[in-house]
Write a protein that binds this ligand. Structure first.
Ligand code: EPZ
Length: 423
């Protein structure tokens, strides 16, 4: 299995380009199932999860061509509406085919995603929302069996549905399902993440009638059919945030191209509180900092957008473990998203956990060691720690990283880091 070997201590300087957002690309690829003519995407990141999603869609009969960041998907001839366990177990986001399959074909058989390292992550709200639209759904042998054959013209019916928790993919699944339903659907307590907004923009180009996206009440008026369109995936705010924290920790001056500060208000606010200088224009962000010894530790509390994103929690913990002072990091979205803590303790971090809050005392340095990646963002946080640790840090199981970061070591090394991939 591949490992990353990092020599710590280098400052980061220069500029890199941020890729398209993984968490926008995945739902948008699945939205291709709704269209009767080809969907043409650009700025699609070359990530394992993107590859897995494309394989899943091809398995259903979609014709997909990939040239660099451009992906064309033709779902005019879908032969089966099944997402098998062996594909879903590798990527929970496969649940995003459920809504489109049910909306367009009236039938779907999707494996229940297993749990994952950061939490049980049920999909009960996805299922309840589809049932509110009239779908008949039962779970057997670990599969979600859904049908609309008993409904008027075999179509989902518009409904008003209040989501008990803010769910990103739940909102996306139900928005896709509602786009071809009979009548009007109102989703209350909807997610406002930029990736939800980007997906809605793509659906609208395909002919969907959606209003209110980006607020907590989204209204969708179902239409007869959707067609292909052209769409450029929004930039990845979490990738951008990760490189901003890396630069704050190592010190230096870095400019991120294809990055939008308006998607990162809460993160940029915290970086400024820590003492970094952050400036931006329409599609770039520049950060300048003196390194972790001059940073002030900041308190973090994750919550749905526009509050501080859970996908940036581990990265800020990596910063807090070497910043000055004591800080609290509270995770309110997932029940087990502190897997990076014990790995950071191996590097010399001083962290104690009390329920969903970690108390972090900044230490004056970290010692390189061998650590293990457990989930995508935890892996990223260990890379950040390795960039500033004394000596060599080896990160094992970095397949987690490859799910969400395109060319990570190339981008870091182009800024002056010393990161090698070995197997
Ligand atoms: C999306 O996951 C992202 N993934 C996650 O990013 C991100 O951490 C998460 O949203 C929160 O922002 C993609 O978009 C592909 P949720 P999702 O449904 O949709 C509970 C990364 O690192 N819940 O918003 O699966 C759930 O257990 C990944 O890029 C239910 O209880 O997250 C969690 O506690 C990690 N029932 C909370 O809601 C449901 O039916 C939020 O989950 C759905 C969710």
């Amino acid at each position: 299995m591949d490992k990353l070997v990092i020599q710590g201590g280098n400052r980061l300087n220069g500029e890199i380009t941020i890729s398209g957002a993984k968490n926008a690309a995945l739902p948008i690829l699945c939205a291709a199932l709704l269209a009767e003519t080809p969907l043409k995407l650009s700025s699609v990141p070359a990530l394992k999860d993107v590859g897995s999603t494309i394989k899943l869609l091809e398995n259903m009969g979609a014709k997909v061509t990939v040239i660099d960041d451009k992906v064309t998907l033709d779902a005019s001839l879908i032969t089966n509406q099944e997402a098998p366990y062996e594909m879903v177990k590798t990527m929970r986001a496969s649940i995003l085919v459920l809504g489109p399959l049910l909306a367009r074909f009236g039938h779907a058989r999707v494996s229940l995603p297993g749990g994952c390292a950061i939490g049980s992550r049920p999909v009960d709200l996805h299922i309840k929302g589809l049932q509110a639209m009239g779908a008949e759904i039962h779970i057997e042998h670990g599969y979600i069996e859904a049908t609309t054959k008993h409904l008027p013209n075999k179509r989902l019916q518009g409904a008003r549905y209040y989501m008990d928790l803010v769910t990103v993919t739940g909102t996306e699944n139900l928005m896709m399902a509602a786009s071809l339903a009979n009548g009007i659907t109102v989703l209350e307590n909807a997610a406002k993440e930029p990736e939800v907004v980007d997906m809605a923009e793509c659906l609208t180009k395909m002919g969907a009638k959606i209003t209110g996206v980006g607020t907590d009440v989204i209204t969708i008026e179902g239409v007869e059919r959707l067609s292909g369109a052209e769409h450029a995936v929004v930039c990845d705010r979490i990738e951008a945030g990760t490189y901003l924290v890396a630069t704050a920790m190592t010190g230096g001056k870095v400019r991120l191209n294809n990055a939008r500060a308006d998607l990162l208000d809460a993160v940029i606010e915290k970086l400024r509180d820590a003492g970094a200088t952050v400036n931006s224009d329409k599609n770039s962000i520049t950060i300048e900092a003196d390194g972790y010894a001059k940073l002030k530790a900041v308190n973090i509390r994750t919550a749905p957008h526009p509050a501080f994103p859970t996908d940036m929690q581990a990265q800020f913990m990596a910063m807090n473990i070497v910043a000055q002072g004591v800080s609290k990091v509270t995770e309110t979205i997932f029940e087990n998203r502190f897997m990076h803590v014990q790995e950071m303790q191996r590097l010399g971090a001083d962290i104690s956990i009390d329920g969903n809050t970690a108390l972090v005392k900044g230490v004056s340095y970290l010692d390189g060691a061998t650590v293990m990646a457990t989930d995508l963002r935890a892996s990223a946080s260990l890379v950040l720690a390795g960039l500033v640790a004394r000596g060599e840090t080896v990160i094992e199981r970095i397949y987690h990283l490859d799910r969400g970061y395109e060319n990570l070591e190339a981008k870091l090394n182009s800024l002056g880091a010393d990161v090698k991939r070995v197997n």
